[in-house]
Design a protein around this ligand. Structure first.
Ligand code: GAR
Length: 212
């Protein structure tokens, strides 16, 4: 654990989830085993879910990480929900500005939200972008007769799933694959590339300057 002096300048990583949170868990574990606090001056400070029952919240709590819920069903529109999300993030978004990660976060964010965290908002998407932006990526890859599938870590811009690519991993599509078997194969790669891409981002932005 870092001493209090280091904690003052610690960069917060805030992870937004909607469900299982296995990517979030992979990032939390990488932060622990690779000593991000000491080496990168960063720690996972909060996990925020738009679903109160997201299983990933349990994991985060068990790790002693702060959790918050911004339940999208309680807000009349996207803008009101995004405002609530900003309020949930705000206490953890001090100086230096936090890195905000979407990890299986299944809400489309407003342009205002994306602009607010511009340059420090990353996402993982379960396809080899630019192919198959949006939903049902694995079934669409199977239907298209692709021989490979994969995952992409990218910076979030207002265009859905179209921001600059930071990392990708490809996996083979095998005879007999279903969307489920393919999803599992892709997910195991997501757990490798997302923590790696986040660590690289933290190294690249060590002095707080934005080298996007
Ligand atoms: C992951 O496969 C992630 O890439 C995908 O949801 C899954 C979440 O799993 N995200 C999207 O489809 C975003 N459009 P997890 O909750 O276990 O990390």
């Amino acid at each position: 654990m870092s001493n209090m002096n280091n904690m003052k300048n610690m960069r917060n990583v805030i992870i937004l989830i909607s469900g299982g949170g296995s990517n979030m868990a992979a990032i939390v574990r990488a932060a622990q085993t690779e000593h991000w606090a000491e080496r990168l001056g960063a720690r996972v400070a909060a996990v925020i879910s738009n679903r109160p029952d997201a299983p990933g919240l349990e994991f985060a709590r068990a790790q002693g990480i702060a959790t918050r819920v911004a339940d999208h069903t309680l807000y009349p529109d996207r803008a009101a929900f995004d405002d609530a999300l900003v309020q949930s993030i705000a206490p953890f978004d001090s100086q230096p500005p936090a890195l905000v990660l979407l990890a299986g976060f299944m809400r489309i964010l407003t342009e205002g939200f994306v602009q607010r965290y511009s340059g420090r908002l990353l996402n993982i998407h379960p396809s080899l972008l630019p192919a198959f932006a949006g939903l049902h990526t694995h079934q669409r890859a199977l239907d298209a007769g692709c021989k490979q599938a994969g995952a992409t870590v990218h910076r979030v811009t207002p265009d859905l799933d179209q921001g600059p690519i930071l990392a990708q991993a490809a996996v083979p599509i095998l005879p007999g694959d279903t969307a489920q078997t393919l999803a599992a194969r892709v997910l195991s790669q997501e757990h490798l590339i997302y923590p790696r891409a986040v660590a690289q981002w933290l190294r690249d932005h060590r002095d707080g300057h934005d080298s996007q």
